[in-house]
Design a protein around this ligand. Structure first.
Ligand SMILES: Cc1cc2nc3c(=O)[nH]c(=O)nc-3n(C[C@H](O)[C@H](O)[C@H](O)COP(=O)(O)OP(=O)(O)OC[C@H]3O[C@@H](n4cnc5c(N)ncnc54)[C@H](O)[C@@H]3O)c2cc1C
Length: 594
């Protein structure tokens, strides 16, 4: 192993692998069992499980504070002191499909969730509106004001997709290639849901046919009314592709999960989840260092042994390096090409060319408001302001909002958007009587025809981002005319700035697109899908791994599971698998498998 004796002089001595780690201790180099790149919520979840299993863990975060896409910040301390914003994630859904909150006892560390009800409000240009409550029944009653048939169909739509979600939960909470782990997550109810979807051969084929459909094919199969189809299309497309994209019908989950398990926000903002995880990690002896931009993974003899950060400092890892940075950036930017090629000579080309990125990211607008929004053309009620508010005038409106992006156009002629007024649910996020506004507007990372100009050559400039924000706010003001005079201050972040802040590939908020061919055991590529890589002791976690982006903690938990399995003997692994299957058999048949 080549061991740096003095960072400045870069002198190297050759020592045996066995002696290297002990010499490092003498030289007071920092050595941990595990070094994790990044300290977003998935990295923190992963760290927590490893610490609880008795390993020492260091997390290195390039930003000044941990959290990544899950922070809460005073974005405008001078213009709007006391107003707290979530610059990224707002609504939490997926985290309730897994056991992270309970297993890590996050409520003990201060985490408290506030559930939204109603969950969605979408005003329509003709004066109709879609108001979804957490209760499916109440939602159907709202729809029945305009269409009895669609109300009845809505109950069927939700029932189908809820059974689908329950049937796939065991897969979400297991490494995608570990069938035994997934099987061990099934209980009687989940198996019943799975079999109710599969049924006989024709029903199974029909399920597959549905999964090959686009969200809009599926929505058209159920509904007639545009006021309902448009918000369903908008939410399906939250998985980062147009509603017409084939094989994305499962985007329907984004609405049906709002009914069950429900949609919630941590009291105090999304950053409260990270604050709880940080407290837990630190109380278990984990170390989090911020402003540590990892520049290189150190590989010795085909094995990851540590990382080097900007400035040259190295941190060594006895048992593993875990990257919450996606595979593309990890292997193409943070590693020596010779190390990658020695492990898999095709990998760099496959990462470069096979991973799909549809150019979609977000232009983010956050405003401090002197008064709440009022949807006066839609019989304003304060309850509209609790959940997700969608500006989605028609299915075509939503389609354009995504498809223009794929060809590098900014869809701001008639903006569609997703907004939240978090202070309606949690007044603690602004000074008394005041409010905050969170707007997500899908926009291209690379603007067509502007290659090489603006920030990072994307074409985005300060002037342009404010022009686009003006158009977005103009559109919103058509629905909520009091908006304009209520804005105390605003913060606009362009796609290029967002990409820089998160260190994400082309500003991709899910690290890589969430299209079907990049999900499950294809995420990010089949050969990297089980959190392991061809480099020994180098592991992957984060949104770029199964089951993907959003606030879930599942990639972090699943990766920790694989790391811990790797440390076990085969006998221990078989014993664990047997216990998991036993639990499933017990739940189904009410007796032991022996
Ligand atoms: C505007 C916006 C709105 C969103 N809204 C929602 C929502 O409402 N609900 C939802 O569920 N999800 C939402 N998301 C998605 C969600 O925020 C992300 O999918 C999620 O935060 C990913 O978590 P992660 O821990 O996997 O990665 P990240 O949060 O991206 O964390 C990765 C960390 O690694 C750090 N890092 C990167 N490179 C390096 C390096 N070289 N060295 C050291 N550290 C490095 C980054 O700074 C970051 O802290 C939104 C995202 C955006 C951008």
């Amino acid at each position: 192993m080549l061991l740096p004796v003095n960072n400045k002089e870069k002198a190297l001595i050759k020592v045996s692998k066995e002696d290297a780690f002990s010499i490092c201790k003498v030289l007071v180099m920092e050595v941990y069992d595990v070094v994790i790149i990044g300290a977003g919520h998935n990295a923190l979840v992963c760290a927590a499980y490893l610490l609880k299993a008795g390993y020492s863990v260091l997390l290195l975060e390039k930003q000044a504070s941990p959290g990544g896409g899950a922070t809460t910040e005073e974005l405008m301390p001078e213009a709007a002191p006391g107003f707290k914003f979530n610059p990224c994630a707002m609504n939490h859904l997926f985290i309730f499909l897994g056991p992270v909150i309970q297993e890590l006892e996050l409520t003990k560390y201060g985490l408290e969730y506030l559930y939204c009800d109603p969950v969605v409000f979408c005003p329509h240009p003709d004066g109709k509106y879609f108001l979804a409550h957490r209760s499916v029944e109440k939602t159907c009653a709202e729809i029945a004001r305009y269409s009895d048939r669609d109300a009845q169909k809505y109950a069927e739509y939700v029932d189908f997709w809820q059974r689908f979600v329950r049937a796939v939960i065991p897969f979400f909470n297991a490494p995608p290639k570990s069938i035994v782990d997934a099987a061990g997550n099934y209980d009687l109810k989940k198996l019943q849901d799975l079999f109710s979807l599969l049924g006989g051969p024709n029903q199974t084929l029909d399920l597959m046919r549905t999964l090959f459909n686009s969200p809009i094919d599926n929505i058209n199969e159920y509904f007639d009314s545009e006021f309902l189809k448009a918000p369903l299309a908008r939410l399906s497309a939250e998985l980062s592709s147009p509603p017409s994209q084939k094989a994305m019908s499962f985007g329907a989950m984004m609405m049906t999960m709002r009914h069950e398990p429900g949609m919630a926000r941590p009291r105090g903002g999304t950053g409260a989840l990270v604050a709880a995880l940080v407290k837990l990690v630190q109380s278990e002896g984990g170390v989090i260092l911020t402003e540590q931009d990892v520049k290189q993974v150190l590989v010795d003899d085909g094995r990851a042994v540590g990382v080097r950060v900007a400035g040259g400092k190295e941190y060594l890892a006895r048992k593993g390096v875990i990257s919450s940075v996606d595979a593309k950036r990890l292997f193409l930017q943070l590693m020596d090409t010779s190390d990658v090629d020695a492990a898999d000579s095709n990998l760099r080309e496959r990462l470069e060319r096979r991973i799909v990125n549809n150019n979609e990211t977000i232009l983010k607008i956050d405003c401090a408001l002197s008064e709440p929004l009022r949807f006066e053309h839609h019989e304003h009620k304060d309850e509209y302001l609790i959940g997700s508010i969608l500006i989605a005038d028609s299915v075509n409106h939503v389609e354009q909002a995504h498809s223009e992006i794929t060809v590098g156009k900014i869809p701001d002629a008639d903006p569609s958007m997703y907004l939240v007024m978090p202070t309606a649910l949690d007044p603690s996020m602004a000074p008394e009587g005041k409010h905050t506004l969170w707007i997500e507007f899908f926009a291209p990372y690379q603007i067509a025809g502007k290659e090489g100009s603006g920030l990072k050559g994307t074409g985005w400039t300060d002037e342009l981002k404010h022009q686009v924000a003006d158009r977005v706010l103009d559109k919103l003001a058509q629905y909520s005319p009091n908006l304009k005079h209520s804005i105390i201050a605003r913060h606009v972040e362009s796609p290029a700035e967002l990409g820089e802040r998160l260190g994400s590939y082309k500003g991709n908020y899910y690290h890589i697109d969430m299209t079907l061919e990049q999900m499950l055991c294809f995420r990010p590529l089949p050969e990297l899908a089980n959190y392991k890589t061809p480099i020994e002791n180098l592991f992957l976690t984060g949104a770029g791994t199964h089951p993907g982006g959003s606030i879930s903690g599942m990639p972090g938990r699943n990766c920790a599971h694989i790391f811990l399995q790797e440390q076990q003997t085969l006998k221990e692994t078989i014993k664990d698998a047997r216990n998991a299957l036993k639990a499933t058999v017990q739940s189904v048949f009410g007796r032991d498998s022996d």
